[in-house]
Design a protein around this ligand. Structure first.
Ligand code: ZN
Length: 476
C-alpha cells in the first residue's frame, strides 16, 4: 500500500474511533457512496454473529473459518451500528481510496471475445453457445469441450463448471478460463485430458452474471447482484428450490441478498435452469469468492441431501485436495436459500458444489500478477477430481422400450443391506434421452423404473469399485 493511502486509512480509523464518542457528523461527511469500507473482526461464535449481521442486513464479504474472522462491507451507518453494538472493527480497505481492480481481470466483452477465440482455434473439440440473454441483453456464453462437439452425444456424461453468479468475484472467471485452456491445450498431448474430452461433454460458463460484472467495472467495484431496476437481484438467491424458505435471503431490494419478486424472476436464472434441464450434468461446480470453502446442499438448516453419503464424501475429498473447509452453508456459515446448487440437486440430482476460492488475505479482487496463476493452479485439483470421479462408483445406463429411448420416467433407488433388506435411497428424474447416471458409493442397489404410477422395470446391481454400465430394455 502506498504511504499516502496508508496515512488516509489511519486518519480515517482515528477519526472514526473518536467521532463515535461525541458526534458522528465528521465521519458521515467522509463516507459517501464512494467511502464504503471493508472491515474485519474476530468472532467468538460464527453462527451468533452471522445471525445478527443478517438481521442488520450487513453485507458479509467473506470469512476465515480457521482463524475466526468475518469480513463485512459497510456504509457509515452500518459502521456506527456495529461499533455501538461493541464490534471491534478493523478497517482494511476503503472503496474511495484504494485502487480499482486490475485491468487484467475480464469484463463481459473480453469474455465474449475469448470464447470466440477458443471456438476458432479448436473447432474439432469445442462448441460455443449462448445459454440465453441477460436482463440487459448480453449473451451468457458457454463452451462445450468434447469430441464431435456439434453433436449431443447422449451416451457421454456431462459436467458443468460455472463462474460468477456474483459480479465482484472477479477471480472466478479466471478459474473457468483456466479450465478451458488446460483442457484444450492438453488434448492429444495429455492422456488423461484426451480421455476426458473423448468420453465426456465438459461445459464451462466462465461468466454468468454479465450485467453485474459490467456494473462492477463501470460503477461500483463491490457490486454483487444483477442490475434489475438499478437495485439488482442476487442471482444466487433467486432459484425456486427453498426460495425465501429459511431467512437465507432478503425481501429488501437494497439488500445484497435480495431474492427477487418471485422464484426465477430473473432471465439469467431462467437461462441456467433451461441449460441444466437440457444438459443434465452429473457434477457441477459454481465458483465464488472468497473464503476457501467447498459447500454442498442444502442451504437451510438442518436439511441434508438424500444422498448425503455421496455428496458429503466427494465434497470432503475436494476440500482435502484443495485444503478448503467442506460443509453445507448452514454448517459453515449461515442459512442460504434459493441457491443454484440446491435447485440443481433437488430438481435434476446434479451432484453440485460451490467452491469459494481465495482467502480473506486476497479478498474479492487481489493483485492479478501475484494471485491469478496461484489460484487457478491450486483449483485444478478440485475440478479434475470430479472428472476422475465420473468413472468411479456409480450406475449409468439407458432405459429403452424395444430399443427406443424412453423419455419420461423416474427411478426410485433402494439400497440393500447384507440381508437383502431394502431401504429407500433416492429418486432420480430420467433424462429425455433415456439415460441416467447415479453417483453412488459401493454397495448393492435396486432400481425401480417408474412412469407415473406404473412400474416399468426393476433391476439390481452391485457396485464395487467403478462405474457399472447397464442397459434396460422393456419389450412388449
Ligand atoms: Zn458469491
Amino acid at each position: 500500500m502506498q504511504s499516502i493511502q496508508r496515512f488516509i486509512l489511519m486518519a480515517l480509523a482515528i477519526i472514526t474511533s473518536l467521532s463515535f464518542a461525541h458526534d458522528s457528523t465528521a465521519i458521515n461527511k467522509m463516507f459517501d457512496k464512494n467511502w464504503q469500507i471493508l472491515a474485519s473482526f474476530k468472532t467468538k461464535e460464527f453462527h451468533q454473529d452471522f445471525k445478527e449481521l443478517t438481521h442488520l442486513n450487513i453485507d458479509i464479504a467473506g470469512v476465515d473459518v480457521k482463524n475466526n474472522y468475518i469480513d463485512v462491507l459497510l456504509t457509515s451507518e452500518d459502521y456506527q451500528v456495529l461499533a455501538n453494538l461493541g464490534y471491534e472493527l478493523e478497517i482494511t480497505q476503503t472503496k474511495g481510496i484504494s485502487r480499482g481492480p486490475d485491468e487484467e481481470y475480464k469484463n463481459p466483452e473480453e469474455i465474449a471475445l475469448l470464447m470466440q477465440e477458443f471456438a476458432d482455434r479448436f473447432p474439432e473439440i469445442t462448441h460455443r453457445v449462448s445459454i440465453g440473454k441477460s436482463l440487459e441483453g448480453r449473451d451468457i456464453w458457454a463452451i462445450k469441450i468434447s469430441d464431435n462437439p456439434e453433436t449431443t452425444e447422449a451416451s457421454e456424461p456431462s459436467v458443468l463448471f460455472n463462474s460468477m453468479h456474483h459480479a465482484r468475484e472477479i477471480m472466478t472467471p479466471e478459474v473457468g478460463l483456466d479450465i478451458i485452456e488446460t483442457l484444450l491445450n492438453g488434448y492429444n498431448s495429455d492422456a488423461k485430458i484426451t480421455k476426458w474430452i473423448n468420453q465426456y461433454e465438459i461445459w464451462v460458463i466462465p461468466m454468468f452474471n454479465v450485467d453485474g460484472n459490467n456494473k462492477m467495472w463501470n460503477h461500483d467495484r463491490w457490486w454483487r447482484k444483477n442490475n434489475r431496476g438499478g437495485y439488482g437481484v442476487d442471482l444466487n438467491r433467486n432459484y425456486p428450490t427453498g426460495w425465501n424458505k429459511c431467512n437465507g435471503s432478503s425481501g429488501w431490494r437494497s439488500s445484497q441478498t435480495y431474492r427477487g419478486e418471485k422464484p426465477a424472476s430473473e432471465p439469467e436464472t431462467q437461462a441456467m435452469m433451461n441449460f441444466i434441464e437440457t444438459v443434465r450434468p452429473v457434477f457441477n461446480i459454481s465458483y465464488h469468492s472468497y473464503s476457501e470453502l467447498v459447500l454442498y446442499p442444502y442451504g437451510c438448516s438442518p436439511e441434508r441431501t438424500a444422498t448425503k453419503d455421496v455428496v458429503e464424501t466427494i465434497g470432503k475429498e475436494m476440500g482435502r485436495l484443495l485444503d478448503y473447509a467442506p460443509g453445507t452453508p448452514w454448517e459453515l456459515l449461515y442459512n442460504a436459500d434459493g441457491g443454484d446448487i440446491d435447485w440443481m440437486y433437488e430438481q435434476y440430482q446434479v451432484i453440485p458444489y460451490v467452491i469459494e476460492v481465495n482467502s480473506r488475505k486476497q479478498g474479492f479482487q487481489p493483485d492479478y500478477a501475484q494471485w491469478r496463476d496461484k489460484t487457478v493452479q491450486r483449483n485444478r485439483a478440485g475440478w479434475q477430481y470430479l472428472l476422475e470421479r465420473l468413472e468411479q462408483t456409480g450406475i449409468r445406463g439407458q432405459l429403452t422400450q424395444n430399443q427406443k429411448a424412453l423419455s419420461d420416467f423416474t427411478i426410485n433407488v433402494y439400497k440393500l443391506d447384507g440381508n437383502g433388506k431394502r431401504s429407500f435411497y433416492s429418486q432420480y428424474v430420467g433424462q429425455k434421452t433415456g439415460y441416467f447416471h447415479l453417483v453412488v458409493q459401493p454397495g448393492t442397489y435396486e432400481l425401480e423404473f417408474n412412469s407415473g404410477d406404473t412400474i416399468l422395470a426393476k433391476s439390481r446391481h452391485t457396485v464395487a469399485d467403478k462405474l457399472a454400465q447397464i442397459a434396460i430394455d422393456i419389450s412388449n
